[in-house]
Design a protein around this ligand. Structure first.
Ligand code: PNS
Length: 158
């Protein structure tokens, strides 16, 4: 059986914390799909084309990782694409309640797909897309926080 995992999210934009999870998760499965939600109710800074472009550039050296978009329910995408596992990153206890609720609801909707949590590396435990945007907005240094292409996009946007 081919083990296909999915790492879903908004990625507005991708951060080095996301990239760390992608690299570690890619070692646990045959194929990893980084899936960008396109119909989010969140107001995103970047278009999904921009978000995909930033991710594609960051994962170009990872052979078993690809980027896709999805809309609708995540579990439906998983069923349609033979995905066995959903990967989510946990940075702190504050992430846990929301993540647990989402994992349990996804399992209720489709019990053939498991959620696997990877804990963030300590050096990225404070990092989020929102905080990176805040720093970029006020011209702070984001070079060590996001992949190269995301850094270029953020500088251009602000
Ligand atoms: O990066 P985010 O915004 O925390 O990611 C949230 C995401 C995209 C994983 C979640 O909102 C999602 O899966 N949305 C798709 C709709 C869905 O399946 N909702 C039910 C989840 S219980």
């Amino acid at each position: 059986m081919t083990n296909i995992a999915i790492y879903p999210g908004s990625f507005d934009p991708i951060t080095n914390g996301h990239l760390d999870i992608i690299k570690r998760a890619s070692k646990l499965c045959d194929k990893l799909i980084v899936a960008v939600l396109v119909n989010s109710s969140k107001k995103n800074l970047f278009t999904f084309d921009e978000r995909i472009h930033m991710i594609e550039d960051a994962i170009s050296d990872l052979d078993n990782v690809c980027v896709k978009t999805f809309s609708g329910l995540l579990v439906d995408y998983c069923t349609e694409n033979n995905v066995n596992a959903i990967i989510r990153g946990l940075r702190a206890v504050s992430d846990f309640e929301y993540e647990l609720q989402m994992a349990q609801m996804n399992r209720k909707l489709e019990d053939n797909v498991e959620t696997i949590f990877l804990t963030a590396s300590t050096k990225y435990s404070f990092l989020s897309s929102s905080i990176v945007k805040e720093i970029a907005r006020y011209k702070g240094n984001i070079e060590e926080l996001v992949p190269k292409k995301a850094c270029e996009y953020l500088v251009e946007k602000f």
